[in-house]
Ligand binder design. Structure first.
Ligand code: PLP
Length: 413
Protein backbone atom coordinates (compact mmCIF):
# COMPACT_ATOMS: atom_id res chain seq x y z
CA UNK A 1 0.00 0.00 0.00
CA UNK A 2 1.17 3.54 -0.80
CA UNK A 3 0.40 6.59 1.28
CA UNK A 4 -2.70 8.34 -0.03
CA UNK A 5 -2.32 11.46 -2.15
CA UNK A 6 -3.12 14.48 -0.01
CA UNK A 7 -1.76 17.62 -1.66
CA UNK A 8 -5.19 19.27 -2.20
CA UNK A 9 -6.21 18.48 1.34
CA UNK A 10 -2.95 19.88 2.73
CA UNK A 11 -3.37 23.06 0.73
CA UNK A 12 -6.99 23.58 1.89
CA UNK A 13 -5.98 22.91 5.49
CA UNK A 14 -3.24 25.52 5.24
CA UNK A 15 -5.71 28.08 3.84
CA UNK A 16 -8.35 27.19 6.47
CA UNK A 17 -5.81 27.49 9.29
CA UNK A 18 -5.57 31.24 8.77
CA UNK A 19 -9.28 32.01 8.25
CA UNK A 20 -11.11 29.40 10.40
CA UNK A 21 -10.25 29.14 14.14
CA UNK A 22 -8.28 25.91 14.59
CA UNK A 23 -8.72 25.16 10.89
CA UNK A 24 -11.97 23.33 11.66
CA UNK A 25 -14.33 23.23 14.63
CA UNK A 26 -15.71 20.42 16.74
CA UNK A 27 -15.38 16.69 16.41
CA UNK A 28 -15.16 16.77 12.62
CA UNK A 29 -11.71 18.31 12.91
CA UNK A 30 -9.49 15.72 11.20
CA UNK A 31 -6.69 16.71 13.60
CA UNK A 32 -8.50 14.41 16.08
CA UNK A 33 -8.07 11.45 13.72
CA UNK A 34 -4.97 9.37 12.94
CA UNK A 35 -2.54 10.88 10.49
CA UNK A 36 -3.56 10.45 6.88
CA UNK A 37 -7.26 11.15 7.36
CA UNK A 38 -8.51 13.78 4.94
CA UNK A 39 -10.28 16.88 6.22
CA UNK A 40 -11.95 17.83 2.94
CA UNK A 41 -14.25 15.83 0.68
CA UNK A 42 -15.38 16.45 -2.84
CA UNK A 43 -18.33 14.09 -3.31
CA UNK A 44 -20.29 11.06 -2.19
CA UNK A 45 -22.29 8.44 -4.02
CA UNK A 46 -24.05 5.43 -2.52
CA UNK A 47 -21.84 4.11 0.28
CA UNK A 48 -18.68 5.74 -1.08
CA UNK A 49 -17.03 9.11 -0.49
CA UNK A 50 -14.15 10.78 -2.31
CA UNK A 51 -11.77 13.20 -0.67
CA UNK A 52 -10.50 16.32 -2.45
CA UNK A 53 -7.46 14.39 -3.69
CA UNK A 54 -9.69 11.83 -5.39
CA UNK A 55 -9.13 8.97 -2.92
CA UNK A 56 -12.19 6.74 -2.69
CA UNK A 57 -13.46 5.12 0.51
CA UNK A 58 -16.24 2.79 1.59
CA UNK A 59 -17.95 5.17 3.98
CA UNK A 60 -18.67 3.78 7.45
CA UNK A 61 -19.42 7.18 9.00
CA UNK A 62 -22.25 8.28 6.67
CA UNK A 63 -21.52 11.94 7.43
CA UNK A 64 -21.69 11.11 11.19
CA UNK A 65 -25.24 9.80 10.79
CA UNK A 66 -27.28 11.93 8.37
CA UNK A 67 -26.78 9.70 5.34
CA UNK A 68 -29.29 6.90 5.90
CA UNK A 69 -30.12 5.78 2.36
CA UNK A 70 -26.73 6.47 0.77
CA UNK A 71 -25.11 9.59 -0.64
CA UNK A 72 -26.82 11.21 -3.61
CA UNK A 73 -29.91 9.00 -3.36
CA UNK A 74 -31.88 9.52 -6.56
CA UNK A 75 -35.40 9.67 -5.08
CA UNK A 76 -34.40 12.04 -2.30
CA UNK A 77 -32.37 14.22 -4.66
CA UNK A 78 -35.27 14.38 -7.11
CA UNK A 79 -37.70 15.46 -4.36
CA UNK A 80 -35.21 18.07 -3.13
CA UNK A 81 -34.52 19.34 -6.65
CA UNK A 82 -38.22 19.72 -7.41
CA UNK A 83 -38.83 21.73 -4.24
CA UNK A 84 -35.65 23.75 -4.72
CA UNK A 85 -36.72 24.74 -8.22
CA UNK A 86 -40.00 26.08 -6.79
CA UNK A 87 -38.32 27.90 -3.93
CA UNK A 88 -36.17 27.02 -0.92
CA UNK A 89 -36.69 29.96 1.38
CA UNK A 90 -40.09 31.65 1.10
CA UNK A 91 -42.18 33.82 3.43
CA UNK A 92 -43.46 30.76 5.21
CA UNK A 93 -43.39 26.97 5.00
CA UNK A 94 -44.42 24.93 1.99
CA UNK A 95 -46.94 22.11 1.80
CA UNK A 96 -44.05 19.73 2.52
CA UNK A 97 -44.08 20.83 6.19
CA UNK A 98 -47.62 19.57 6.72
CA UNK A 99 -46.99 16.42 4.71
CA UNK A 100 -43.87 15.69 6.74
CA UNK A 101 -45.58 16.35 10.07
CA UNK A 102 -48.44 14.05 9.04
CA UNK A 103 -45.93 11.38 8.00
CA UNK A 104 -44.12 11.54 11.35
CA UNK A 105 -47.33 11.54 13.39
CA UNK A 106 -48.34 8.45 11.41
CA UNK A 107 -45.01 6.68 11.99
CA UNK A 108 -44.14 7.54 15.60
CA UNK A 109 -46.58 6.19 18.20
CA UNK A 110 -46.04 8.88 20.87
CA UNK A 111 -46.18 11.75 18.36
CA UNK A 112 -49.38 13.81 18.26
CA UNK A 113 -47.56 16.83 16.82
CA UNK A 114 -44.21 17.84 15.29
CA UNK A 115 -42.17 21.05 15.27
CA UNK A 116 -39.21 21.54 12.94
CA UNK A 117 -35.83 23.23 13.28
CA UNK A 118 -32.40 22.68 11.79
CA UNK A 119 -29.92 20.90 14.08
CA UNK A 120 -30.04 18.24 16.75
CA UNK A 121 -29.01 20.86 19.34
CA UNK A 122 -32.06 22.95 18.38
CA UNK A 123 -34.28 19.92 18.89
CA UNK A 124 -32.90 18.79 22.28
CA UNK A 125 -32.90 22.36 23.60
CA UNK A 126 -36.47 22.91 22.39
CA UNK A 127 -37.51 19.67 24.13
CA UNK A 128 -36.24 20.81 27.51
CA UNK A 129 -37.70 24.30 27.03
CA UNK A 130 -41.12 22.81 26.22
CA UNK A 131 -40.81 20.48 29.23
CA UNK A 132 -40.05 23.45 31.49
CA UNK A 133 -42.89 25.51 30.01
CA UNK A 134 -45.33 22.62 30.37
CA UNK A 135 -44.43 21.72 33.95
CA UNK A 136 -43.50 25.13 35.33
CA UNK A 137 -40.39 23.45 36.81
CA UNK A 138 -36.66 23.86 36.25
CA UNK A 139 -34.59 20.71 36.88
CA UNK A 140 -33.52 18.45 34.01
CA UNK A 141 -31.78 15.10 34.58
CA UNK A 142 -29.06 14.22 32.06
CA UNK A 143 -26.87 11.08 31.93
CA UNK A 144 -23.23 11.86 32.69
CA UNK A 145 -21.18 11.69 29.48
CA UNK A 146 -24.19 11.69 27.13
CA UNK A 147 -23.98 14.03 24.17
CA UNK A 148 -27.07 16.16 23.53
CA UNK A 149 -25.52 18.93 21.46
CA UNK A 150 -23.34 22.01 21.56
CA UNK A 151 -25.50 24.39 23.65
CA UNK A 152 -24.26 25.78 26.98
CA UNK A 153 -26.59 23.49 29.00
CA UNK A 154 -25.08 20.35 27.44
CA UNK A 155 -21.80 21.07 25.61
CA UNK A 156 -18.96 18.67 26.48
CA UNK A 157 -16.67 21.70 26.78
CA UNK A 158 -17.01 24.21 29.62
CA UNK A 159 -15.28 27.00 27.68
CA UNK A 160 -17.61 30.00 27.70
CA UNK A 161 -20.21 28.19 29.80
CA UNK A 162 -21.34 29.76 33.09
CA UNK A 163 -22.39 27.94 36.24
CA UNK A 164 -25.83 29.52 35.76
CA UNK A 165 -26.16 27.89 32.31
CA UNK A 166 -26.14 24.50 34.06
CA UNK A 167 -27.65 25.49 37.40
CA UNK A 168 -30.65 23.20 36.94
CA UNK A 169 -28.95 20.24 35.25
CA UNK A 170 -28.48 17.15 37.46
CA UNK A 171 -26.67 14.03 36.31
CA UNK A 172 -27.16 10.29 36.68
CA UNK A 173 -25.49 7.16 35.26
CA UNK A 174 -27.11 5.73 32.13
CA UNK A 175 -28.78 2.34 32.83
CA UNK A 176 -28.38 2.79 36.62
CA UNK A 177 -31.84 2.90 38.16
CA UNK A 178 -30.60 3.76 41.67
CA UNK A 179 -28.58 6.67 40.36
CA UNK A 180 -31.54 7.94 38.33
CA UNK A 181 -33.75 7.73 41.44
CA UNK A 182 -31.17 9.64 43.50
CA UNK A 183 -31.00 12.42 40.89
CA UNK A 184 -34.81 12.58 40.78
CA UNK A 185 -34.89 12.85 44.61
CA UNK A 186 -32.48 15.76 44.44
CA UNK A 187 -34.81 17.53 41.99
CA UNK A 188 -37.73 16.93 44.39
CA UNK A 189 -40.72 19.13 43.47
CA UNK A 190 -38.79 20.91 40.70
CA UNK A 191 -38.33 18.08 38.16
CA UNK A 192 -39.19 19.23 34.63
CA UNK A 193 -37.67 16.41 32.57
CA UNK A 194 -35.40 13.44 32.18
CA UNK A 195 -33.56 13.48 28.87
CA UNK A 196 -31.97 10.22 27.72
CA UNK A 197 -30.08 9.20 24.61
CA UNK A 198 -31.75 6.43 22.59
CA UNK A 199 -28.96 4.17 23.82
CA UNK A 200 -25.70 4.86 25.60
CA UNK A 201 -23.52 5.97 22.70
CA UNK A 202 -20.89 7.99 24.55
CA UNK A 203 -17.67 8.81 22.76
CA UNK A 204 -14.74 6.36 23.09
CA UNK A 205 -16.46 3.83 25.37
CA UNK A 206 -18.51 0.67 25.05
CA UNK A 207 -22.09 1.33 23.98
CA UNK A 208 -25.11 0.02 25.92
CA UNK A 209 -28.72 -0.48 24.93
CA UNK A 210 -31.14 0.82 27.58
CA UNK A 211 -32.24 -1.97 29.89
CA UNK A 212 -36.04 -2.45 30.11
CA UNK A 213 -35.81 -1.73 33.87
CA UNK A 214 -34.00 1.56 33.29
CA UNK A 215 -36.42 2.68 30.59
CA UNK A 216 -39.45 1.69 32.69
CA UNK A 217 -38.11 3.48 35.75
CA UNK A 218 -37.42 6.68 33.76
CA UNK A 219 -41.05 6.53 32.62
CA UNK A 220 -42.35 5.81 36.14
CA UNK A 221 -40.33 8.64 37.72
CA UNK A 222 -41.66 11.12 35.16
CA UNK A 223 -45.23 9.91 35.63
CA UNK A 224 -45.01 10.13 39.42
CA UNK A 225 -43.46 13.60 39.30
CA UNK A 226 -45.54 14.96 36.41
CA UNK A 227 -42.30 15.54 34.48
CA UNK A 228 -41.52 14.96 30.79
CA UNK A 229 -39.59 11.94 29.54
CA UNK A 230 -37.49 13.06 26.57
CA UNK A 231 -35.73 10.58 24.27
CA UNK A 232 -32.88 12.10 22.29
CA UNK A 233 -33.17 10.16 19.02
CA UNK A 234 -30.99 12.62 17.09
CA UNK A 235 -28.26 10.05 16.43
CA UNK A 236 -30.12 6.73 16.38
CA UNK A 237 -33.46 7.89 14.92
CA UNK A 238 -34.73 5.76 11.99
CA UNK A 239 -31.78 3.34 12.32
CA UNK A 240 -33.10 1.20 15.19
CA UNK A 241 -36.87 1.42 14.72
CA UNK A 242 -39.00 3.53 12.36
CA UNK A 243 -41.27 4.55 15.25
CA UNK A 244 -38.51 5.72 17.59
CA UNK A 245 -35.71 3.84 19.30
CA UNK A 246 -37.50 3.29 22.59
CA UNK A 247 -40.13 1.23 20.78
CA UNK A 248 -37.53 -1.52 21.30
CA UNK A 249 -38.00 -1.32 25.08
CA UNK A 250 -41.73 -0.63 24.88
CA UNK A 251 -41.57 2.80 26.55
CA UNK A 252 -43.20 5.89 25.09
CA UNK A 253 -41.53 9.25 25.71
CA UNK A 254 -43.49 12.50 26.01
CA UNK A 255 -41.09 14.34 23.72
CA UNK A 256 -38.40 13.20 21.28
CA UNK A 257 -35.61 15.04 19.48
CA UNK A 258 -34.74 14.03 15.90
CA UNK A 259 -32.29 15.20 13.26
CA UNK A 260 -29.38 13.51 11.44
CA UNK A 261 -31.02 10.80 9.28
CA UNK A 262 -34.42 12.44 8.88
CA UNK A 263 -33.72 14.01 5.45
CA UNK A 264 -30.82 11.84 4.24
CA UNK A 265 -28.27 14.61 4.63
CA UNK A 266 -30.40 17.72 4.18
CA UNK A 267 -30.46 20.11 7.13
CA UNK A 268 -33.44 19.39 9.32
CA UNK A 269 -34.38 18.59 12.91
CA UNK A 270 -37.68 17.88 14.61
CA UNK A 271 -39.32 17.65 18.00
CA UNK A 272 -42.21 15.23 18.35
CA UNK A 273 -44.55 15.34 21.32
CA UNK A 274 -47.67 13.99 22.89
CA UNK A 275 -50.86 16.01 23.36
CA UNK A 276 -49.91 16.63 26.99
CA UNK A 277 -47.20 19.04 25.80
CA UNK A 278 -49.03 20.55 22.81
CA UNK A 279 -50.05 23.71 24.68
CA UNK A 280 -46.50 24.21 26.01
CA UNK A 281 -45.08 23.75 22.52
CA UNK A 282 -47.49 26.42 21.31
CA UNK A 283 -46.38 28.87 24.03
CA UNK A 284 -42.61 28.46 23.65
CA UNK A 285 -41.14 30.96 21.21
CA UNK A 286 -39.50 28.72 18.59
CA UNK A 287 -38.18 30.07 15.36
CA UNK A 288 -35.18 30.35 13.09
CA UNK A 289 -34.65 32.12 9.78
CA UNK A 290 -34.33 28.80 7.95
CA UNK A 291 -36.54 26.56 10.06
CA UNK A 292 -39.31 26.32 7.48
CA UNK A 293 -37.16 26.07 4.33
CA UNK A 294 -38.75 23.72 1.85
CA UNK A 295 -35.96 21.64 0.32
CA UNK A 296 -34.99 19.69 3.43
CA UNK A 297 -38.63 19.01 4.26
CA UNK A 298 -39.29 17.65 0.77
CA UNK A 299 -36.13 15.51 1.13
CA UNK A 300 -37.43 14.26 4.50
CA UNK A 301 -40.84 13.31 3.07
CA UNK A 302 -39.01 11.24 0.44
CA UNK A 303 -36.59 9.74 2.99
CA UNK A 304 -39.26 8.71 5.48
CA UNK A 305 -41.40 7.31 2.66
CA UNK A 306 -38.50 5.01 1.79
CA UNK A 307 -37.95 4.12 5.47
CA UNK A 308 -41.55 2.87 5.57
CA UNK A 309 -41.52 1.24 2.12
CA UNK A 310 -38.18 -0.57 2.03
CA UNK A 311 -37.43 -2.03 5.50
CA UNK A 312 -34.40 0.21 5.90
CA UNK A 313 -33.92 -0.82 9.53
CA UNK A 314 -33.88 -4.51 8.53
CA UNK A 315 -31.32 -3.86 5.81
CA UNK A 316 -29.03 -1.94 8.18
CA UNK A 317 -29.37 -4.78 10.67
CA UNK A 318 -28.31 -7.37 8.08
CA UNK A 319 -25.34 -5.30 6.89
CA UNK A 320 -24.33 -4.55 10.48
CA UNK A 321 -24.46 -8.23 11.35
CA UNK A 322 -22.22 -9.08 8.37
CA UNK A 323 -19.71 -6.45 9.48
CA UNK A 324 -19.78 -7.53 13.13
CA UNK A 325 -19.34 -11.21 12.29
CA UNK A 326 -16.56 -10.42 9.80
CA UNK A 327 -14.75 -8.26 12.34
CA UNK A 328 -15.03 -10.98 15.01
CA UNK A 329 -13.59 -13.48 12.58
CA UNK A 330 -10.66 -11.21 11.66
CA UNK A 331 -10.04 -10.45 15.32
CA UNK A 332 -9.72 -14.18 16.06
CA UNK A 333 -7.52 -14.82 13.02
CA UNK A 334 -5.12 -12.00 13.92
CA UNK A 335 -5.19 -12.73 17.66
CA UNK A 336 -6.16 -9.10 18.37
CA UNK A 337 -9.09 -8.80 20.79
CA UNK A 338 -11.82 -6.24 20.14
CA UNK A 339 -15.10 -5.26 21.76
CA UNK A 340 -18.09 -4.63 19.50
CA UNK A 341 -20.96 -3.05 21.41
CA UNK A 342 -24.30 -1.34 20.84
CA UNK A 343 -26.64 -1.99 17.94
CA UNK A 344 -25.07 -3.58 14.83
CA UNK A 345 -26.59 -0.83 12.65
CA UNK A 346 -24.28 1.69 14.40
CA UNK A 347 -21.01 -0.24 14.79
CA UNK A 348 -18.75 0.62 17.72
CA UNK A 349 -15.43 -1.20 17.67
CA UNK A 350 -12.82 -0.76 20.42
CA UNK A 351 -9.60 -2.70 20.95
CA UNK A 352 -9.12 -4.61 24.19
CA UNK A 353 -6.56 -3.02 26.52
CA UNK A 354 -6.12 -0.09 24.14
CA UNK A 355 -6.37 2.70 26.71
CA UNK A 356 -4.40 5.19 24.60
CA UNK A 357 -6.15 4.15 21.35
CA UNK A 358 -2.82 3.39 19.68
CA UNK A 359 -4.13 0.09 18.31
CA UNK A 360 -7.35 1.71 17.10
CA UNK A 361 -5.37 4.48 15.44
CA UNK A 362 -3.03 2.03 13.70
CA UNK A 363 -6.03 -0.04 12.58
CA UNK A 364 -7.87 2.98 11.20
CA UNK A 365 -4.83 4.49 9.44
CA UNK A 366 -4.16 1.20 7.62
CA UNK A 367 -7.83 0.62 6.88
CA UNK A 368 -8.12 4.10 5.41
CA UNK A 369 -5.17 3.44 3.12
CA UNK A 370 -6.90 0.26 2.00
CA UNK A 371 -10.03 2.23 1.06
CA UNK A 372 -12.42 2.09 4.02
CA UNK A 373 -13.29 5.00 6.28
CA UNK A 374 -13.59 3.67 9.88
CA UNK A 375 -13.48 5.80 13.06
CA UNK A 376 -11.22 4.84 15.98
CA UNK A 377 -13.37 6.15 18.86
CA UNK A 378 -16.87 7.05 17.70
CA UNK A 379 -19.75 4.80 16.80
CA UNK A 380 -20.07 4.42 13.04
CA UNK A 381 -23.14 4.30 10.80
CA UNK A 382 -24.39 2.05 8.01
CA UNK A 383 -26.73 3.01 5.20
CA UNK A 384 -29.23 1.43 2.83
CA UNK A 385 -26.58 1.77 0.11
CA UNK A 386 -24.18 -0.70 1.79
CA UNK A 387 -24.46 -4.09 0.12
CA UNK A 388 -22.79 -7.37 1.13
CA UNK A 389 -20.09 -6.65 -1.48
CA UNK A 390 -19.28 -3.32 0.18
CA UNK A 391 -19.09 -4.88 3.63
CA UNK A 392 -16.76 -7.53 2.16
CA UNK A 393 -14.58 -4.72 0.74
CA UNK A 394 -14.54 -2.99 4.11
CA UNK A 395 -13.48 -6.28 5.71
CA UNK A 396 -10.61 -6.68 3.22
CA UNK A 397 -9.45 -3.23 4.34
CA UNK A 398 -9.97 -4.25 7.97
CA UNK A 399 -7.67 -7.23 7.40
CA UNK A 400 -4.87 -4.72 6.67
CA UNK A 401 -6.01 -2.77 9.72
CA UNK A 402 -5.76 -5.78 12.04
CA UNK A 403 -2.26 -6.52 10.74
CA UNK A 404 -1.22 -2.97 11.63
CA UNK A 405 -2.97 -3.14 15.02
CA UNK A 406 -1.25 -6.44 15.84
CA UNK A 407 2.13 -4.72 15.42
CA UNK A 408 1.25 -2.22 18.18
CA UNK A 409 1.68 -3.34 21.78
CA UNK A 410 -1.57 -2.93 23.76
CA UNK A 411 -1.22 -0.01 26.18
CA UNK A 412 -2.83 -1.95 29.07
CA UNK A 413 -2.50 -5.68 29.80
C1 PLP B 1 -27.58 12.19 20.53
C2 PLP B 1 -27.29 13.54 19.94
N1 PLP B 1 -28.01 14.58 20.34
C3 PLP B 1 -27.81 15.82 19.84
C4 PLP B 1 -26.83 16.04 18.90
C5 PLP B 1 -26.61 17.42 18.36
O1 PLP B 1 -26.96 17.47 17.03
P1 PLP B 1 -26.36 18.60 16.07
O2 PLP B 1 -24.90 18.32 15.94
O3 PLP B 1 -27.10 18.43 14.79
O4 PLP B 1 -26.65 19.91 16.73
C6 PLP B 1 -26.06 14.97 18.44
C7 PLP B 1 -25.01 15.17 17.44
O5 PLP B 1 -24.15 14.35 17.20
C8 PLP B 1 -26.29 13.68 18.98
O6 PLP B 1 -25.57 12.63 18.58
Amino acid sequence: MHPLANSQDASLRARAASVVPGGMWGDQNAANLPQGYPQFFSRGDGCRVWDVDGNEYIDLMCSWGPVLLGHNHHEVEEAARRQNARGECLNGPTEAMVELAETMVGMIPHADWVQFSKNGSDATTTCITIARAGTGRRKVLVAAGSYHGAMPWCSPSVAGVTTEDRAHILTFEYNDVASLERAADMARGDLAAIIVAAFRHDFARDQEMPTPEFAASARAICDAAGAALIVDDVRAGFRLHPGGSWELVGVQPDLSAWSKAIANGYTLAAVTGSDRFRAAATQVFSTGSFWCSGTAMAAAVATLGIVQRDDVVGHLYRMGTLLREGMSDLSRRHGVAIRQTGPVQMPMILFEGDTDFSRANAFCAATLQAGAYFHPKHNMFLSMAHRPYDIARALVAADHGFRAAAAVRPSAP
